[in-house]
Design a protein around this ligand. Structure first.
Ligand code: NDP
Ligand code: 2IT
Length: 452
């Protein structure tokens, strides 16, 4: 009889294999390692999951699409960007996940995001697989017509790969309602189909769901509140630091304020703003959403309560709760140590993988409640799935109905993560809880559907 390596050894082997076969993709290695590091107990407890090949299939995308995106700027010059769509796993439903337009985008970043999305989408309990896409296009400083031509060129290739039963993209960094509009228009023109469920994050007047813009930020605040409740506290009166100033950050700030907390910061790649009176959301939205300006403009216009700190670390601002909502690896071990020194009680990830592994360890060891992105920011994709439901039924729900569903889903995700962590001997460890609970749901579907 041949003996099979124990789960830990086989996961170690797989990790080395991932690094060998996917060279120069540090973010993907980080995301895969973070999940694999927590799976040994579930593979040991459930022998069916230790089936050779199951985890190896899970880490390999079902399909990877790379394409050229040529477009002309307003002066007629031709630019060539690169387009990506990683169709990672469709065991639970059509591939689902956003598109990111940012100059830092490369294959490894889209693979890390797609991999995270599999588990996040599984945690929502809804029928959506995992995928992600985007481009190294930089929308900053581009006119509306340049963005439109770029989106049209991007969709001219992407359209043949997507569909409401196949793959359903949405927004992410650099892709909001404007870009989704241009992408949908080109899809409709090329295919001659009014297929609402092919993209989510559409505007409410033509097939979009109410509360989708708010969903990620609102959901993350609800998750943070659920973690605090476990400790007999809530958000009322708590000071919060928020990074970023885009879609996720804005609605995080809005919900924090609504629940009685005081969000005192926001940031962009140029620096951060600290406003001791609390962020004035109306001013921030005007600058970011209407004028497409910078947070330094906010400090200039807000008056004495606010100051702009160029190139500073937003995590230096003392707070009870921290909600990183900008980008990956924006909160490192030194930042975590500062937060702990200043008495932070909870860190909840609005962004995808914003906290480095060393920082996560440090926070958890200090007893800080830590909500990993794949659980805490799942509200966005959850409401995207509700948008697909509304599109399929050719109906639209009232805002209250969507918000109630969002709150129910976030509570369920919190409970599932907490119970799963407890069941596998790691009480209070939401990282382990989220990874194992997401994994179990996808793994069950993959086992039932055979070796494909
Ligand atoms: P937006 O494009 O609306 O905003 C992004 C914000 O992050 C901006 O303030 C931007 O500043 C800042 N930022 C982006 N890249 C960097 C960088 N390399 N360094 C410093 N700051 C940076 O994106 P979203 O708000 O939609 O996304 C924010 C995060 O939330 C991302 O990690 C995304 O993956 C995640 N997320 C988004 C969801 C959604 O529904 N939109 C759902 C779940 C997660 P600047 O303008 O200077 O670049
Ligand atoms: O990271 C994410 O979950 C998103 N960008 C949202 C994906 C979606 O399909 O709504």
């Amino acid at each position: 009889m041949t003996s099979r390596p124990d789960p830990k050894t086989s996961l170690d082997l797989l990790r080395s294999e991932i690094e060998r076969r996917n060279p120069a993709e540090p973010e993907f290695h980080q995301a895969a390692r973070e999940v694999l590091d927590t799976l040994a107990p579930v593979l040991a407890a459930r022998p069916e999951y230790a089936e050779p090949g199951l985890v190896a299939r899970l880490v390999e995308p079902e399909r990877q699409i790379l394409f050229r995106v040529p477009w002309q700027d307003d002066q007629g010059r031709v630019h060539v960007n690169r387009g990506f769509r990683i169709e990672y796993n469709s065991a639970l439903g059509p591939y689902k996940g956003g598109l990111r337009f940012h100059p830092s985008v490369n294959l490894g970043i889209i693979k890390f995001l797609g991999f995270e999305q599999i588990f996040k989408n599984a945690l929502t309990g809804l029928g959506i697989g995992g995928g992600k896409g985007g481009s190294d296009f930089d929308p900053q400083g581009r006119s509306d017509s340049e963005v439109m031509r770029f989106c049209q060129s991007f969709m001219t290739e992407l359209h043949r790969h997507i569909g409401e039963y196949t793959d359903v993209p949405a927004g992410d960094i650099g892709v909001g309602a404007r870009e989704i509009g241009y992408l949908f228009g080109q899809y409709r023109r090329i295919t001659n189909r009014w297929e609402g469920g092919v993209l989510t994050g559409k505007s409410a007047g033509w097939g979009g769901s109410l509360i989708r813009p708010e969903a990620t930020g609102y959901g993350n605040v609800l998750f943070a509140e659920a973690m605090l409740r476990e400790r007999g506290e809530d958000l009322e009166g708590q000071t919060a630091v928020v990074s970023g100033s885009g879609n996720v950050a804005i609605y995080t700030i809005q919900k924090l304020t609504a629940l009685g907390a005081n969000p005192v910061t926001c940031s962009d790649s140029g620096g951060y703003v600290v406003d001791e009176k609390g962020i004035d959301l109306e001013l921030l939205r005007r600058i970011k959403e209407v004028e497409r300006g910078r947070v330094s403009d906010y400090a200039e216009r807000r008056g004495a309560s606010a100051r702009f700190v160029p190139d500073g670390r937003v995590w230096d601002v003392p707070a009870d709760v921290a909600l990183p909502s900008a980008t990956q690896n924006e909160l490192n071990a030194a930042d975590a140590a500062t937060l702990v020194r200043n008495g932070v009680k909870a860190v909840s990830e609005g962004a995808n993988m914003p906290t480095t592994p060393e920082a996560v360890d440090l926070l958890q060891q200090a007893g800080v409640a830590f909500g990993p992105g794949k659980a805490a920011n799942a509200g966005g994709v959850a409401v995207s799935a509700l948008e697909m439901t509304q599109n399929a039924a050719r109906t639209s729900w009232k805002a209250d109905q969507v918000e109630d569903e969002l709150a129910r889903i976030m509570t369920d995700i919190h409970t599932t993560c907490a119970e799963t962590a407890e069941r596998y001997g790691a009480p209070g460890d939401y990282v382990t809880g989220a990874n194992i609970a997401g994994f179990e749901r996808v793994a069950d579907a993959m086992l039932a559907q055979g070796v494909i």
